[in-house]
Design a protein around this ligand. Structure first.
Ligand code: ATP
Ligand code: MG
Length: 417
């Protein structure tokens, strides 16, 4: 990966352009963190980049970004640019290509993201990123108030990086976030969702207090008014429920749906608010149903007290993944409330799953065809019969045998007839 990235840089240089690794990859390399994507900044114009490499995609050509595809990966190559004028705190209107690396670095959000690395090993760091990295500080490049007015999302990025990396936000930068947080109103839900997702998956225990302190929380979970009403100390632990929400979510498995459910439950959100939050976050259909499923599971109470039949019903209705997520959320909330963490939830779920006789109608010992052969007419009746047999098997799993179920069928018909 990194070798290929340097090969792209070398190729640009060979053609007479300047080129550097830049941004997140330089930051993460210095931190010794895994690097997943390499961004390259160059003096070459997009057309020149396209001409130079056999496989390119004009990913963000208007913003000067061309993706260069190699055998192993893709590299985003972006022409030195500034962001031109901003349209009320959102993305820039137009970008302006510039001649110098320094100008390009100046448009970047934080000092630790505004460093470029040359092939000869030179670190270009006009804003003191290296020092901030060493001191674990998130500091805006230039005047933070202006930078957040340009693009309000940067405020959430600051909080996200602070949480993810375990850094603190520099004082003036933090003050600017608190002051400007209401301009997050203008940011698209999708961009907010992506940052919130990264916060939840990395360190919600660090992110939530920052979101709360800067009042950015209300823009992340939107419909702020619905979260204003706060039951004081709902868990009787003498701790602000939002703080608990962050801690409990951090202790839950790294899964967005599980952690979101933990947060919402911890602050005692009701179903209607949960639903609004999920809608507002513009999540995919799949993630929405994961959340709704895991949420609903909370209503069934402590899984350790479910009967064998309840387990069968729940698995059948929700499926393995949802039950697992629901139990994980329950476990995290329980551990938070009681401080006890010794129960082996994984084992409970696996043991119950192994015993599950029926995950879908496919697992019935009879098929739709068998029913047709036995004289059941096609149409809704067939589905109804299959479901009835499924319920029977969920109650009495030992009866999931072909003759047994077919016999049940004739009994049924006898009754009905
Ligand atoms: P990660 O990929 O881990 O989220 P990153 O720093 O690589 O972190 P990207 O969103 O991939 O973040 O952006 C790459 C680089 O582009 C950043 O390091 C930063 O220099 C610049 N950048 C990204 N978003 C913004 C923004 N909203 N304002 C200013 N600069 C930005
Ligand atoms: Mg990146």
């Amino acid at each position: 990966m990194e070798r290929d990235a340097w090969a792209v840089v070398a190729e640009l240089e060979r053609a007479g352009h300047e080129a550097y690794l830049v941004g997140g990859c330089v930051r993460d390399k210095r931190l010794g963190r895994d690097v997943y994507d390499y961004d390259i900044t160059t003096s070459a114009l997009p057309e020149a980049v396209q001409a130079l490499f056999p496989h390119t995609v004009p990913t963000g050509i208007k913003h000067g970004t061309v993706s260069v595809l190699t055998d192993h990966a893709r590299y985003e190559v972006t022409t030195f640019r500034t962001d031109g004028d901003y349209e009320d705190g959102r993305r820039p209107h137009e970008v302006v290509f510039v001649r110098s690396l320094r100008e390009d670095l100046a448009r970047r959000d934080f000092t630790i993201n505004a460093m470029a690395l040359g092939r000869d090993g030179t670190l270009h760091d006009p804003f003191g990123g290296r020092e901030d990295l060493e001191n674990k500080i998130i500091c805006a490049v230039g005047d933070p108030f202006r930078r957040f007015e340009e693009d309000a999302l940067r405020m959430l990025r600051a909080i996200r990086f602070a949480a993810q990396l375990g850094f603190v936000i520099e004082e003036e930068t933090l003050r600017a976030i608190t002051y400007e947080s209401q301009s997050l109103r203008r940011i698209s839900r999708e961009r907010i969702r992506d940052e919130w997702q990264k916060m939840l998956l990395s360190a919600p225990d660090a992110a939530i207090p920052l979101l709360q302190q800067t009042d950015a929380l209300r823009y992340v979970l939107s419909r702020p008014q619905t979260f204003d009403v706060r039951v004081n100390d709902p868990w009787g632990l003498g701790i602000d429920p939002w703080l608990l929400a962050g801690r409990w979510a951090a202790d839950a498995p790294r899964d967005f749906a599980v952690r979101l459910v933990v947060v919402l439950r911890a602050v005692q959100t009701d179903s209607a608010r949960m639903e609004k939050t999920v809608q507002d976050l513009k999540l995919s259909g799949e993630v929405k149903s994961q959340i709704r499923g895991a949420w609903q599971m909370q209503e069934y109470g402590d899984p350790r007290r479910w009967s064998a039949e309840q387990w069968r019903q729940v698995f059948y209705r929700h499926g393995y993944e949802t039950v697992k997520r629901g139990c994980q959320a329950f476990a995290a909330l329980e551990a938070g409330k009681t401080g006890k963490r010794d129960f082996d939830w994984e084992r409970l779920i696996e043991e119950q799953a192994e015993r599950q006789p029926l995950w879908s109608l496919q697992d019935l010992a009879v098929s739709g065809q068998d029913l047709l052969n036995a004289g059941v007419p096609t149409g809704p009746m067939l589905g109804k019969m299959l479901n009835r047999l499924a319920q029977l098997v969920l109650r009495e799993p030992e009866r999931n045998r072909r003759e047994e179920l077919l016999r049940e069928l004739t009994l049924d018909e006898g009754e009905g007839g």
